[in-house]
Ligand binder design. Structure first.
Ligand SMILES: [Zn+2]
Ligand SMILES: [Zn+2]
Length: 118
C-alpha cells in the first residue's frame, strides 16, 4: 500500500502489514505511523463556461448570419462597416428609433424588416 511521510510528503510504498506501525521514511528518515495514503486524483480542468448569448439574427431565406442593418436602399462602405461593427445587438438597438431600418443578408441579398420587440 501507499503511505505518505508527514514530514517531507514523500510517498512510501510499504507492505500492507506495516499499516498502523511506525515506519521510517526512506527519504528523510522520520519515524511515522503508516496510514494508508491515496493520492488525490489529478484535477481536471473545468470546461469553459459557455456564455449564454442571444441567438444571432439569421436570414429567413438562407439562414446565413452574415447580415447587416441599414436603411433600405442605402449603400456605402463606411455605413455597412459600422453596421457590422455594431452587430445584431446594435442593429436591434437602432430599431426603435427608425422603422426604416431593414436587415440585409450579405449572403443572398434578401432584405427584411426586423421583428418588433417590445
Ligand atoms: Zn520523509
Ligand atoms: Zn440570405
Amino acid at each position: 500500500m501507499k503511505t505518505q511521510c508527514p514530514e517531507c510528503k514523500a510517498e512510501q510504498d510499504i507492505p500492507l502489514e506495516y499499516k498502523g506501525q511506525n515506519i521510517k521514511c526512506s527519504s528523510c528518515k522520520t519515524l511515522f505511523s503508516a496510514k494508508e495514503y491515496t493520492p488525490p486524483p489529478p484535477e481536471k480542468p473545468s470546461p469553459p463556461q459557455k456564455q449564454s448569448e442571444s441567438p444571432p439574427i439569421k436570414c429567413p431565406k438562407c439562414g446565413s448570419t452574415q447580415i447587416m442593418g441599414g436603411r433600405r436602399g442605402f449603400s456605402g462602405g463606411k455605413a455597412i462597416g459600422g453596421a457590422i461593427a455594431l452587430g445584431p445587438i446594435g442593429i436591434l438597438a437602432g430599431l426603435h428609433k427608425s422603422k426604416k431600418i431593414v436587415i440585409s443578408c450579405l449572403n443572398c441579398g434578401h432584405e427584411w424588416e426586423p421583428p418588433n420587440n417590445p
